[in-house]
Ligand binder design. Structure first.
Ligand SMILES: Cc1cn([C@H]2C[C@H](O)[C@@H](COP(=O)(O)OP(=O)(O)O)O2)c(=O)[nH]c1=O
Length: 216
């Protein structure tokens, strides 16, 4: 059972998936949160033992890759995090950073949409996708004090507001079209964190219930 959380940069994916995994576990519904960097220096992923810290530098290297290679690396690393774990716990998986955000980014960076969509279509399907549909302006306010990187701003080395907003608007338009096509659950992330969290918990619990009914 795979629950994926998606949203443009600054939507709150990392913050909220951490809180959501903790809350679901407290409610007796253990779920394993995964993000793509879990594959680094982690014995649970023997096939990625060639990857070494440091992760921040790896992120910079990834941003420098040619677009096609970067896209493939991101699809590989995220799918590896989901699929490649030795002795998986058997509990549901909560994916922080569904690959479709990167698919959207790389289309904005110029990749051919049918090629991108063909590759993502071959990755595991999510049972439910929770889409934190953030306004670019709100994301900028959250991130402006030092949390913005050129990759999020159309590669503007100065990480300016204008380039962030225009790049993020394009990413959101891509995500919106997939949300509509694939029935993602749209969650408003502009509310106070406890309120957004309650909403996510409710959505995740009902997905878990539905899954256990259909599996049982
Ligand atoms: C969830 C949330 C995060 N933040 C902050 C925490 C981080 O500094 C920043 C981005 O959050 P983060 O969870 O890292 O977002 P994502 O993983 O989607 O890129 O925003 C808020 O200011 N308000 C919020 O409601």
């Amino acid at each position: 059972m795979l629950i994926s959380v998606v949203g443009a940069d600054g939507a709150g994916k990392s913050t909220l998936t951490r809180l959501l995994a903790r809350r679901l576990t407290e409610l007796g519904r253990p779920i394993e949160r995964i993000d793509r960097w879990d594959i680094v220096d982690n014995p649970a992923y023997p096939a990625t033992r060639f990857m070494r810290p440091d992760v921040p530098d790896t992120r910079l290297c990834v941003a420098e890759m040619p677009t096609e290679s970067r896209f493939l690396f991101l699809m590989w690393s995220i799918s590896m995090a989901v699929l490649g774990k030795r002795n998986p716990s058997g509990s549901a998986t909560l994916l922080d950073g569904y690959w479709m955000k990167h698919a959207a980014s790389e289309i904005v960076y110029g990749l051919d949409r049918p090629w991108v969509e063909a590759i993502t279509a071959g990755l595991p399907s999510s049972d439910v996708v929770l889409y934190l549909r953030v306004d670019p302006e709100a994301a900028w306010e959250r991130k402006r004090d030092g949390d913005v990187v050129p990759y999020e701003c159309g590669m503007d080395p100065n990480c300016g507001e204008h380039t962030f907003l225009s790049h993020q608007r394009k990413i959101r338009a891509e995500l919106d079209s997939w949300a509509e096509r694939d029935g993602w659950i749209v969650v408003d992330p502009h509310r106070p964190v406890p309120e957004v969290l309650d909403d996510l918990v409710r959505r995740a619990e009902s997905a878990l219930d539905e899954h256990s009914v259909s599996a049982g």
